[in-house]
Write a protein that binds this ligand. Sequence first.
Ligand SMILES: NC(=O)c1ccc[n+]([C@@H]2O[C@H](COP(=O)([O-])OP(=O)(O)OC[C@H]3O[C@@H](n4cnc5c(N)ncnc54)[C@H](OP(=O)(O)O)[C@@H]3O)[C@@H](O)[C@H]2O)c1
Length: 269
Amino acid sequence: MITGGSSGIGKAIATLLIKYGANICIIARNQTKLNSTKAELAALKTHPEQQILAISTDVSQWEQVQKAMNLAIASLGSPDLLITSAGIAHPGYFTELEIAIFEETMAINYFGTLYCIKAALPSMIQHQKGHIVVISSGAGLIGLYGYTPYSPSKFAVRGLAESLRGELKTTGLYISIVYPPDTDTPQLAAENQTKPAETKLITQSAQIMTAEKVAIEILQGINRKAFVITPGLEMSLLMRLHSLFAPLLQWYFDRLMRKLHKTRNTDDK
Ligand SMILES: NC(=O)c1ccc[n+]([C@@H]2O[C@H](COP(=O)([O-])OP(=O)(O)OC[C@H]3O[C@@H](n4cnc5c(N)ncnc54)[C@H](OP(=O)(O)O)[C@@H]3O)[C@@H](O)[C@H]2O)c1
């Protein structure tokens, strides 16, 4: 079961899994995108009995999530893998962003993750099998300029995964948390439309991975039963050293900011 399975990282994971012969349930809001992804996945089936379910659901709505999970479990059985990739990001200046953006981002990225786990977990516990994979971000390790709605939602996902990890130990289930770097997906393209100039400057030298490469590293991490999955070298370093790096990174970002503002002031004169 893959939320956000109609696009980007979620779709790339679904594509790999269908090639491995899995039954798949993709969950997202837009039915047209779901249908076209379902058709693309159907063309990649390795055997005719493979099932693909596409359920239109808003993961920020608890009742909708419960219905979707019940339907998916009734059709395909308790999930071996529950991957919560549905997410949004609206970068911008804190002072200019509407409160609704902060609320929507937390509702989808954090509560959308929590609701899916909460709805699927009883069945997974009953069957004593399954692996939950939640998707955070590098912005869930360090707060980033321009990401005041997004970073806290991804920090929250981290808090949830780390707290839940211990509780799942005795159930035979696994949980992993992924910190993807900037990944070439429709979300990143949309973010680039509203990123403040300062954010563009900070992120311009960051590594950008393809969704396929990120998906491969996620599946490798699942195979290893790794709790933390960090696609690419930058995220691996950031994960291990972010507390040490934070003052250094903040100093560097502030320096970039000062340079940008100095250039702007000179241009204004
Ligand atoms: N791309 C990056 O650079 C990057 C980096 C780090 C972390 N991430 C995280 O990775 C995950 C996947 O991102 P992506 O880049 O693959 O994004 P994407 O291409 O925009 O895909 C997002 C998916 O989530 C679905 N979705 C969004 N809101 C939803 C809602 N309320 N209910 C159900 N489905 C919803 C979208 O479909 P609908 O719009 O039709 O609902 C779509 O299928 C996100 O959690 C993102 O924050 C991405």
